[in-house]
Design a protein around this ligand. Sequence first.
Ligand code: AMP
Length: 288
Amino acid sequence: MEMKIIQSPAEMQLQAHTWKKEGMQIALVPTMGCLHAGHLSLMRKAAENADRIIASIFVNPIQFGPHEDFDAYPRQFQADCDLAEKEGVHVIFCPDTKGMYPHGFQTTVSVGTLSQGMCGANRPGHFDGVATVVSKLLHLTSPDVAIFGEKDFQQLAIIRQMVRDLNFPATIVGAPIVREEDGLAMSSRNKYLQGEMRTQALCLYRSIQSAQKKVAHEQQVVAADTIIEATKKTVAEAGGKLEYAVVINEHSLQAETLVGSSSVLAIAVKIGGVVRLIDNSKLFTTMK
Ligand code: AMP
């Protein structure tokens, strides 16, 4: 089956309803494009879970703040289509801003406590924008499953909560972080990392690795503060600007004082004063 490109939300909804009537299982992979191996891993997971794969490509203006990189966000539509087609994607859904937010649009979906800390505290309104666009995408594509990366850890928790709270009939599946060979988490924004910024960007993964080592080797329970202080140091030494480093419970996203089996270290750093990167990992690993 040849991959279709659909721009119209109404046409997307009709296509999804037709597939549902035919008894097809649908998987949705929402993206902002500029696809990399992380996105492709989500598409592969989608293929394991469904008969029809829809990948959306939409740089969602309402999740960007006024001084953020909406205009500069990397876009490479044709290359994205080629990559998606190789993964067996059936439809690329690529609405434009007017199609998603026509004149007079005035509804917002807002998830409470989970949206408040971490990226939510540093990017006011960001998660309302995410929850709103994901709600629309779920309505337009009727997926049985929707795949999201654990790279955006807070986002995944918020979407799971929203789907539970608003009774969306979709299962949310999380997919592990795909990394470059040296450990940098893949991100469309890595394209901005020029020269030595690329090396500096390794401070996120280095912080995670040394935290995991500490937890694995320490005889006693490790205090979250020790991990946070070590992360601050690693980031500062690399020349990055720490936005936040938190040790949180993987489900509630609440800060923890002692590292336990459900603890996650989540970090956001600005490299070169402009490129904002995030990363996270569970702190207890099977690593020996
Ligand atoms: P984005 O295009 O950055 O909005 O990301 C679209 C989806 O891909 C989100 O669910 C992300 O969490 C996921 N994603 C982005 N980077 C990675 C990665 N390195 N590994 C796994 N999933 C990722």
